[in-house]
Design a protein around this ligand. Structure first.
Ligand SMILES: C[S@@+](CC[C@H](N)C(=O)[O-])C[C@H]1O[C@@H](n2cnc3c(N)ncnc32)[C@H](O)[C@@H]1O
Length: 338
């Protein structure tokens, strides 16, 4: 299969998926404000970061999430945001919502999606939550950030029209059935949950990933480590759709997309997405690996660095047409009030 055959970035895995609504993104400048400390549910202790080999990790519920929260990781998250945004053809979400009045972004990271959502929907209130207080202080006035563990009971005063997650599945939350139950309670009737989730195991449609790939070895080892903490870094769309239905959701839709790694797609937008994907992996593989390999798999730092050097050489190989499968799961509660 040629590279161009891989370019169809959007694949629908379920019914009801014709609604290809564009969300209008208003790039106009909204008034920014500095959040008052009293409006943020933060205390000094959440800045008391765990440190490991010159990287920092979240302090609130310390040890739960294995990726760093330092500047380098924040850059990686923002780079990945652009890869996703291009893959989604500049849409923030695919759910058919015109004018949401309240939006929740669980595991908001640097808050970049939440900020863009707040700017695009200035009449909506937007809330972003995370374990790490790594969001900026100057944000659109309709946006607030909270430090909260989404695996616990949710305590939001108001309900939402859209609840969004991105790159959380099988790496962050420990219980997706719990997430879907809480989301069900937190949604307005007719609202949507949209999970934009990526499988960390790359694939290619034209078998260009070498059979003796060191990066494939890295993926297998990483997954082995993740499994030790009950995660895996892969998406199981069928399981997720079942969990959504079990929580009471209807109109469950799953779309499959591809975030390319490298500038191999012919489509110029996807080629750009591939450049962001490439930089994300080149720069981010250290942070993604460190705790898993040295903490769980007992690699020495030297052994890890040797493996990562081989992986980085392979990541740059333009003959490899790989991508991360991305699943956008959307679903609604029934229209009756629950
Ligand atoms: C891979 S990052 C994705 C961040 C953001 N959604 C994005 O797309 O850039 C995962 C984020 O989830 C947060 N996280 C992990 N476990 C969490 C939990 N139990 N509750 C809330 N946030 C969590 C992490 O701190 C991290 O910022």
């Amino acid at each position: 299969m040629s590279a161009s055959d891989n370019d169809s970035a959007l694949e629908v895995l379920s019914d009801h998926a014709d609604d290809d609504n564009d969300s209008t993104i208003d790039e106009s400048d909204s008034g920014y404000w500095a959040q008052e400390e009293s409006t943020r549910s933060v205390t000094a202790s959440i800045y008391d970061y765990e440190r490991l080999h010159n990287r920092t990790y979240h302090a609130f519920h310390s040890g739960k999430y294995f990726m760093p929260n330092d500047e380098s990781e924040q850059d990686r998250l923002d780079i990945m945001y652009h890869a996703f945004r291009l893959t989604l053809r500049d849409r923030l979400f695919l759910a058919p919502i015109e004018n949401p009045t309240a939006i929740l972004d669980i595991g908001t990271g640097t808050g970049i999606w939440a900020m863009d959502a707040a700017e695009a929907h200035q009449d909506a209130t937007v809330v972003g939550t995370d374990l790490s207080p790594i969001q900026p202080s100057y944000v659109p006035s309709n946006l607030t950030f909270e430090i909260a563990d989404a695996d616990e009971e949710w305590h939001f005063r108001d309900k939402f029209d859209l609840i969004h997650t991105r790159i959380m599945m099988d790496t962050s939350l420990r219980s997706w059935p719990h997430f879907f139950e809480e989301a069900f309670r937190a949604l307005n009737p007719g609202g949507w949950v949209e999970c934009q989730e990526m499988d960390y195991n790359r694939t290619s449609d034209d078998n260009t990933i070498p059979t003796d790939s060191r990066l494939r070895f890295w993926e297998r080892e990483w997954t082995r480590g993740m499994e030790m903490i009950g995660l895996g870094g892969y998406c199981r769309p069928d399981l997720v759709m079942e969990q959504m239905r079990n929580a009471g959701f209807i109109n469950v839709i799953c779309r499959r997309l591809k975030v390319p790694i490298g500038p191999w797609p012919r489509d110029p937008v996807l080629r750009q997405a591939g450049m962001f994907g490439l930089v994300n992996l080149l720069d981010g593989i250290h942070g993604i690996s460190l705790k898993i390999f040295t903490g769980l798999l007992d690699y020495s730092l030297d052994d890890l660095e040797t493996l990562l050097s081989a992986c980085r050489r392979e990541i740059r190989d333009r003959a490899v047409h790989s991508y991360w499968p991305v699943y956008v799961d959307q679903h609604q509660p029934p229209y009756t009030v629950h």
